[in-house]
Design a protein around this ligand. Sequence first.
Ligand SMILES: Nc1nc2c(ncn2[C@@H]2O[C@H](COP(=O)(O)OP(=O)(O)OP(=O)(O)O)[C@@H](O)[C@H]2O)c(=O)[nH]1
Ligand SMILES: [Mg+2]
Ligand SMILES: [Zn+2]
Length: 273
Amino acid sequence: MDIVVVGDFVDYELNRDGSGVINKIEARRNYLSRKAPKIKGSSYRGERLEQIIASNMDNLFIVSSVAEPPFNYKSLDRLLVAGESSGTDISIIFNKTDLDDGTFIEFWSELYKKIGYNVFLTSVVNNEGIDEVKKHLQGKKNVFFGQSGVGKSSLLNTMFSELTLKTGAISSFTDRGTHTTVTGVMIKVDPETYIIDTPGIREIAPYGITKEDLSHYFIEFSEIQKNCKFNTCTHSHEPGCAVTEAVQDGYISEERYDSYLRILETIEEDVPL
Ligand SMILES: Nc1nc2c(ncn2[C@@H]2O[C@H](COP(=O)(O)OP(=O)(O)OP(=O)(O)O)[C@@H](O)[C@H]2O)c(=O)[nH]1
Ligand SMILES: [Mg+2]
Ligand SMILES: [Zn+2]
């Protein structure tokens, strides 16, 4: 049987002592997953399993930060691929705008807006963008997902003053988050609105994506790739590739294409049956 994840609907029975037994997990409308992280010291060499992070979502907020931890577009693109493959509506949050040197935000937010993403710029230090995000999540089931330390729990605490999610300082030694939130939690913030805070991640490898499928999850490649000479084109070395042409012409950003190639390299070849 599947393991229950945050967001699941279940049939359960309550015992008299308040504990319960889950009889059934309802089919998931959608879910977000990744390859389970490698376990340090483990000798397991087989295929990595799928780890489901949350399910039955209306909105997926992918949170990144301007600094502390430093912004990394390749990480954001990996999160976006995982998000797109879940089939949920995605918004990007660039948090910690108070740490921006003035040029950073403009460049990256324009890049992702141009692709078609809904982008929010936020800061819990000066309250920038907080009301906009709050408005967008009203009446929905919302998941907050991203690297450790970017401020997911802080944003939620700022939006909903009744919340007291634990937040943590960045380790100055590694300049990375230290996994303050350790388990996914869903909270009802009003009769129709739910938020799910997830534990930050260090790495994300999207699960179950083939080399030929990957470009579908780079949303600005989708239409263009229909013009590739070969319908099995992976947009890396093939002649007559409309995607590489679009990169040269500047319709697809070099950064996004770079991310695409990096992820492509890490996908195992399909094993023939
Ligand atoms: N300067 C600045 N710091 C922030 C902002 N938002 C959060 N922080 C700080 O960033 C640190 C990490 O915040 P958290 O909310 O714990 O981050 P998280 O994403 O929930 O981290 P995990 O639970 O480990 O995934 C804390 O020290 C926060 O005070 C912001 O907008 N600006
Ligand atoms: Mg947290
Ligand atoms: Zn192509």
